[in-house]
Each structure stands twice: as C-alpha cells, then as structure tokens.
Design a protein around this ligand. Sequence first.
Ligand SMILES: C[S@@+](CC[C@H](N)C(=O)[O-])C[C@H]1O[C@@H](n2cnc3c(N)ncnc32)[C@H](O)[C@@H]1O
Length: 418
Amino acid sequence: MDDPAFAVETDLQTQSILLAAANHDLRALRDLLRNSSANVRDPETGFAPLHAAVAACEPDDAAVVNGGANGDSTAEAAQSGEHDAKANEATRTIRLLFENGAIWNDLDSNGDTPACIAYRLGLKELYELFVDAGVRAELLLSRLGDYQPLGDGDSEDDTEEEEEEEEELADGVERVHLNGTEDASQPPDGSTENAAYLASNLTFARDRILDSSANGVMMEWESTLMRRSAQLLLPSSRLRVLNVGHGMGIIDGIFQEQSPMSHHIIEAHPDVLKRMKDRGWYEKPGVVVHEGRWQDVVPQLVESGELFDAIYFDTFAEEYKALRDFFTEHVIGLLDPAGGPNGNGGKFGFFNGMGADRQVCYDVYNKVVEMDLFEAGFDTDFESIAVPNLDADGEWEGVRRKYWVLDKYRLPTCTFIG
Ligand SMILES: C[S@@+](CC[C@H](N)C(=O)[O-])C[C@H]1O[C@@H](n2cnc3c(N)ncnc32)[C@H](O)[C@@H]1O
C-alpha cells in the first residue's frame, strides 16, 4: 500500500471514474468499472461517481440569465431541450452505477447524498431514482433482518464471516440512515436506544421533554399534528382509545376532550409516569395507565380481550422495526373490527417522523411504511400538513439534533381493508 506508484495509479483511476461519471460517458465508465469499484471517492470533495453524475446536471446559471433577459424563447426552449437530454444521460449513468454496486446514500464532504444534490437542483427524475434505490435497499435490509441464519452460529466459517462484516462496517465511509445516524461504523448512540433511554433522566420544560443527552423526546410544536390525528381517530365522544407513549400528554389531553368511554395509556419511562401521577392522570375519567414497555403490556391487553375504536402509537428511541412489529403483529388483536364512530372498524394512527431530518430519507421511509402497512392489511390515508419553519421560531435552541427539517408532514390514518 505504501508504494507511491500504486497510490498514483489508484488516484488516477479514481479521477477517471469521477470524470466519466460527470461526463455521462457510459462507454468509458463501463470499461473503468470492469476492474474498479463504483464507490471510489474524491479525497477533497468526498464525491462518489453518483454525486459527480448528478452535480454535472447543474444548469448553467449565466446561460439561463442571458436567455431570460433577452426574452429569447427559442434560446429558452433550446436550453430546456439540452437540459432534458442531459437528464436522460444522467439517468443512464446513474443506472449503470447502481448496476455496478454504487451505494445510494454515501455522504460527500458537505454531508450531502447524491439525492440531496438532485433535490436542490430540482432534478425530480434523478431524485426519484435515488428514492427507489433507497426503498430497494431498505426492503432488502429488513428482509435480511428477518432472516435467521441456519447452523449453530459458532463454526469457524461463521466467525470469519462475522469478521468480514465487521471490517466492512469499519470502512469509515459515512452513510445516512433513516434513523438519522450518519456513520455506519458507529453503533447507534446509546441515548437513542430504548433501554438506555428508559434508564436515563428526563428534563421537562413547558414546551419540551429532553433526554439526558438533550435529544428532543417530545416538543410542543407537534401539537397541531397531534390534534389532527386525534380528530381523525376519535371524532366523537364515548369511544374506546389506546395511546402508546404519553410524552407531554398532548394527544391524551385532546382525547380526554371527547370524554372517551375508556382511555388506556401505555407508558414506560419512570419520570413520565411520575409526572402523570403528579398531574392526576391516574384519576381522570376512563383512564387506565399501564406502566411498562408496550412490548410487555400489549400481549396482556390482548389476552384480556380489551378492544379499541382508536389506537395511537408514538414512542421514542425505537427503530422502525418496532413500529412495524406493532402494526403488523399487534394492532389486529386490539382494534375492534366493528368499532369506530360508524361501526365500520376502528382506526390506527402513529407519529410519522422516521427519517425526517433529510427529505430523501423521509421519502424513502414513507414508501416503505406505505408498503408495509398495505402488507399488514391496512388501507392508509395520508394527509399532508404544513410544518412551520422551526429554525426561524428558535425551536431547536438547546436541542441536540433537529429531528425534523421538512416543510410537510404526512399524517397517516389506517383502517383494515375490507
Ligand atoms: C414522543 S413521546 C409521545 C408524545 C405524545 N404523543 C404526546 O402527545 O405528548 C414518546 C413517549 O413514549 C414513551 N416510550 C418510549 N419507549 C416506550 C416503550 N417501549 N413502551 C412504552 N412507552 C415508551 C416515552 O417515555 C415517551 O413518553
């Protein structure tokens, strides 16, 4: 590796691939990829070939301004034709790179994925190629997650494979993930893991709950989203509702406005439970508080035969898999098929916030969740709700990580099909 001639050759190869990708030169790229990876990176910009292929489509500003200023529609039309041709070439280049194993979510030195660049440049078609690649990758990962390897797991082969996997993880490349972690080589932050979160101390303020690492557990700006979900799930009084995750009690407070016949709440964090006691939640009409993790409480609820007209799910420091397990395995045992305000079946809703710190992650995750809900037998209605500029409102001051950066929330309401 210390051979300088080898280093120069590798560097040349990398630059040739990046150049071929930027020029959308399929023939050269195909040749180069025969004995080189599609995931090489420019040491300065951090660009991988996918970044280069997208960034090369940036419209020439000067030409746009000139065309516009002259009011020359022929020039504008020619320009738009040229732009389309470029986008087509870029599409073919991106496809070729994907076929050769290019990774869709690598970050450049600015912290951008290729999709972020496409989104910023308004290249919708290219952006969608990345969303689709992300969906494919996520589906594959979730299938692999469900896969139980055969064998006893301690043969020599297994150990070698594990070592290889660990080496791959430690390749130091930064990649963005749906849960907001940005480094595949790092384990998820302890404070965002459910068990560690439940053992940590919480800080309560008027407009937020923070965990011990200043991560936002719940924030008041979400009240609009909670109110709309509550309206759709529980539109009339005297119904039966289950809420998983009390947090600031925002949605539970709104459910109470409907004087539900029964109002079950599952909450696991001791600090939240203490606050619920202090605030009289245990004595409110119809309220039954279940102390513990939903994973432990729900099977008992199902066994007791308790049924609901509406269920809301919003926990913290859990992976998408937990939400998927909840709606795939458990909702069916809890939602009354003859319930709901019209007796047409109860409704299920959840906080749809996975991947919301980056547009492409939110779009990928939303496609995945829509497919998984369908597979679990739900008909889901998504309502788009505008989210104000939280930065301008100073919402993130004192919060470790912005978990929401988007201007639209997709609010899901699910009923069982048929
Ligand atoms: C985002 S907050 C819920 C906010 C709530 N929707 C509201 O309107 O205020 C998440 C809550 O879920 C709780 N939680 C986290 N993991 C849980 C689990 N496994 N089982 C039950 N509750 C959990 C947290 O302690 C926290 O109170």
